[in-house]
Design a protein around this ligand. Structure first.
Ligand SMILES: O=C([C@H](O)CO)[C@H](O)[C@H](O)COP(=O)(O)O
Length: 208
């Protein structure tokens, strides 16, 4: 099981300071959407060259032009790019083809997919690398319970591995781990913690 650290700060200096403290504890570094929007894909290049041993994910949340936009992330140095599950199948397919050509990976983000039961089979048929059950930032204080969706997705996926994201902390993590996700994505619990390394160690202990 991999730990992905989501760097969602809109300031790359701050994001890099946190990464420096925990880089040995994580498997995948996510250059988050706010950071990409603010500073661009050059941050992906900078992080990949500073930490070549880590996988770097560019959270591009691609919605159209799957091959063109995936290439932008891959050419910047990303090992993985994200594509929205609400995008058309052809968009997902083009991003996945681009990833296959370059020996890279695609993670599909299920954020805002209304009928997950129906959509998950269609996405799995395209065989991206990961499919992420994602509780949106904006819904995290709305009492959302991701476990039903995690169970549904885990039981439906045949060709694709499951990732889980959105407000993950040590309170909910044991319940999530019961469904054996391939990737656990943690952002704010680590990055907003007064001691990010302590927070990451707490998560690592639970993953072990
Ligand atoms: O993808 C994310 C969100 O949509 C903002 O772009 C976050 O990286 C993801 O939710 C993980 O962060 P936390 O919810 O703070 O753990």
């Amino acid at each position: 099981m991999k730990l992905q650290l989501a760097l969602d700060s809109s300031n790359s200096q701050e994001a890099k300071r946190i990464l420096e403290k925990v880089s040995d504890l994580v498997d995948i570094v996510e250059v988050g959407t706010p950071l990409l929007m603010k500073e661009g894909v050059k941050v992906v290049t900078e992080i990949k060259s500073a930490y070549p041993q880590l996988e770097v994910l560019a959270d591009l949340k691609i919605m159209d032009a799957g091959d063109i936009e995936a290439s932008i992330g891959f050419e910047a140095g990303a090992d993985i790019v994200t594509v929205l599950g609400v995008a058309h199948d052809v968009t997902i397919g083009r991003a996945v083809n681009q990833a296959r050509t370059l020996s890279k990976k695609v993670m599909i983000d299920l954020i805002a997919v209304s009928d997950v039961r129906a959509r998950i089979d269609q996405i799995d048929a395209i065989a991206p690398d990961y499919c992420c059950v994602h509780t949106a930032f904006d819904l995290q204080d709305h009492g959302m319970d991701p476990l039903r969706e995690i169970q549904l997705v885990q039981s439906a996926l045949k060709r694709t591995q499951m990732a889980v994201a959105g407000g993950i902390n040590p309170g909910i993590l044991p319940d999530i781990l019961a469904y054996h996700p391939a990737v656990v994505i943690v952002g704010g619990f680590i990055t907003n913690h007064p001691e990010p390394r302590q927070a990451a160690l707490q998560i690592k202990e639970l993953l072990a």
